[in-house]
Design a protein around this ligand. Structure first.
Ligand code: GLY
Length: 352
């Protein structure tokens, strides 16, 4: 499968990725290599990865605890300390092997350690393949506020090897699918149609197309001044729902994709009210989302807390919540203002 050229790096697929990694290592004379994993990727992915790696320098493993709850500065401090104890220097390479938590946090740790060391992303979940590992966003959460601390920094290469998807649960695959649906609704309707009709579902092709879309958008707008905001479709309400379910004691946490799927239904509803997004398509999208993800109970008592999280969305400017909405499929409208009443109505619509 053809590699994708990003601004300063390539996204390589399957075996090509390891050949590129070994070339990178041979050409850069790294002093040491660190592989950042969590307990799951250590157990399930490391064994698949390590036989592919060819290096003449010391290789050290760093394991952190899995889960969004650990994507914080405390974990970063732990990793910075281990790097220091193991004498990492500016010629060290950090390889991230894991899902979005590992690639986001690992990229942040690498790009701030000694003012920046090289890193390579090897995403192992569908979500991190189609979104987190590509596009240069790195960072961690601050409390329950997602990705509040971070910076833009590009990896040396990204390796997408679908063999790692054999190690994840169907729920995690569904989580990543929400981002593919997002690319379909905002940029390339054929992706949405394919998932809706469950036809020709070649996962490698869906991943390749999703990354190609994200890359086109990021190349045009790397720092999210305009076009890149379309990648936030579904995420304004979705992130608030995700944070709320993570924090509320009596609620079971949602995956990122489950929350974003709810966000997409709500934001399509808002789009239909404000921009005339077709009602029939809205109904179809809701039907598809409920079929894939089931129906999450969001009751009236939850609304206020969800609205409070919305106020902390990092895309807000001057206290205003900024939405990306849809006039139609593939027709995005940036920086839309939405009233609190309409947001509540959109959650009621999801519930209905
Ligand atoms: N996940 C959205 C972005 O990378 O811009």
């Amino acid at each position: 499968m053809k590699s994708i050229k990003a601004a300063t790096y390539f996204v390589h697929f399957q075996e090509n990725g390891y050949a590129a990694l070994n070339n990178l290592i041979a050409n850069n004379n790294y002093s040491s290599i660190f592989i950042l994993m969590d307990e799951n990727t250590h157990q399930n992915c490391y064994g698949k990865f390590i036989p592919k790696l060819v290096a003449n320098c010391p290789i050290e493993l760093i394991e952190i605890e899995s889960g969004e709850i650990n994507k914080n500065l405390e974990t970063c401090t732990g990793v910075w300390n281990v790097l220091t104890e193991l004498n990492a220097d500016r010629k060290s390479l950090l390889i991230t092997l894991g899902g979005g938590v590992i690639t986001d946090l690992g990229g942040f740790v690498a790009s701030t350690f000694k003012r920046g060391i090289d890193f390579v992303n090897i995403p192992t979940t569908l979500l991190s393949m189609v979104d987190a590992s590509v596009g240069g966003k790195t960072g961690v959460d601050l409390g329950v506020l997602k990705n509040q601390i971070g910076l833009f920094a590009n990896p040396e290469i990204v390796i997408v090897d679908t063999a790692y998807l054999e190690t994840v649960t169907p729920r995690e695959i569904r989580s990543g699918t929400a981002e593919i649906i997002k690319y379909g609704l905002t940029y390339d309707v054929s992706l949405y149609e394919k998932i809706k009709n469950s036809e020709n579902l070649d996962i490698t092709e869906l991943i390749h197309r999703s990354i190609a879309i994200k890359n086109e958008v990021v190349i045009e707008d790397p720092k999210e001044q305009g076009l890149r905001k379309i990648l936030n479709f579904g995420h304004t309400i979705g992130h608030a729902v995700e944070s709320y379910f993570l924090e509320a004691n009596e609620k079971e946490s949602l995956t990122h994709g489950e929350a974003i799927a709810i966000g997409m239904v709500a934001e399509c509803f808002v789009s239909s009210k404000l921009l005339g997004f077709p009602k029939k398509t809205l109904e179809e999208i809701k039907q598809l989302i409920v079929t894939i993800y089931g129906k999450t109970q969001i009751v009236k008592e939850d609304f206020n807390a969800i609205l409070t999280y919305l106020k902390h969305d990092k895309k807000n400017v001057s206290g205003r919540v900024n939405f990306v909405l849809l006039k139609g499929l593939e027709q995005t409208q940036l920086d839309c203002k939405v009233t609190t009443e309409l947001i509540i109505e959109s959650l009621e619509y999801y519930n209905s």
